[in-house]
Design a protein around this ligand. Structure first.
Ligand code: ARG
Length: 273
């Protein structure tokens, strides 16, 4: 069994003001109604599940003018207790970056450890941390120039990965870090060269089928043992169990209407130790 649990600290933002009034990814259809009460209940289930598993969940105050704030993963990337802020690609989300930076400033982070980036990056939407690398998506949102910027800031080798399918517009819709250098991913979301890179770095990865990727199954959060993922991604459960992980199915159907699920709602606050 390679998996091993460790308690995590997460930042989440309730979908109090969630709505789909604009479309910046193919999942967002402003003509489709959103059940806000259900969205809130589903989000609370996720938050409560993390807490029940022994994790700390910090809560960011939502803003009425920022309906996508529930997707807290996009607001920054935190590694070794240092924060690389976000810079959003779309004007609809621009103001979220400062709200996140402000949260870090008012919650004990040193000014020097919170960086406002020069280049566009959508936080953990496009950055994924493994033991050896910082995996970095590009193609739809984060600028390729954000990759050397992150490498310089974190001092971790960045592996740039090209996303080619608009349905998988963020790296975290197509790849999930399970533990150490173990990942699961959906190859067709990546360019042929990036697919070859992934196969070389992660020869033992769980390779997802299209149906599980389309159910947002890669938009998952692992604590090293439990893997919280959309419950419709049934095909990932056995491969996860075979590797010693415990899949935990969650229903975030309402948030999928915004183009996000478990991981998008969850930023990990990684400390220095
Ligand atoms: N509506 C949001 C957007 O398009 C969804 C973001 C989902 N977040 C994520 N980490 N993939 O930006």
């Amino acid at each position: 069994m390679r998996s091993s649990f460790s308690p995590r600290r997460y930042l989440m933002c309730p979908p109090t003001h969630f709505r789909v009034t604009y479309s910046i990814n193919p999942w967002m259809d402003p003509t489709k109604p959103v059940d806000l009460a259900l969205a809130l209940a589903q989000w609370e289930d996720l938050r409560d599940r993390y807490r029940a598993l022994g994790h700390t969940v910090e809560v960011l105050e939502p803003r009425p003018d920022l309906p996508d704030m529930v997707f807290a993963a996009n607001g920054a990337t935190v590694v070794d207790g240092r924060v690389l802020g976000a810079r959003f690609a779309h004007p609809e989300r621009t103001a979220e970056a400062a709200v996140h930076r402000e949260w870090f400033h008012s919650h004990g982070w040193d000014e020097a450890d919170v960086r406002e980036p020069v280049h566009i990056n959508e936080g953990e939407g496009d950055f994924a941390v493994t033991d050896s690398w910082l995996l970095a998506g590009r193609g739809f949102r984060s600028s390729p120039l954000s990759h050397p910027e992150a490498q310089e800031f974190f001092g971790r080798p960045v592996i740039g990965l090209d996303l080619i399918d608009p349905r998988y517009y963020h790296l975290d819709t197509a790849l999930c870090v399970l533990a150490g250098d173990e990942v699961m991913y959906y190859p067709d979301a990546f360019s042929p060269g990036s697919r070859a890179v992934l196969a070389r770095l992660f020869p033992d990865a769980i390779v997802a089928e299209e149906a599980d990727a389309a159910a947002f199954g890669l938009n998952a959060v692992s604590d090293g043992h439990h893997v919280l993922l959309p419950q419709a991604a049934l095909g990932l459960c056995d491969p996860l169990r075979d590797r010693g992980y415990e899949p935990v199915g969650m229903d975030l159907s309402e948030l999928l209407k915004g183009g996000g699920s478990v991981k998008c709602c969850t930023m990990e606050l990684r400390s220095a130790d």
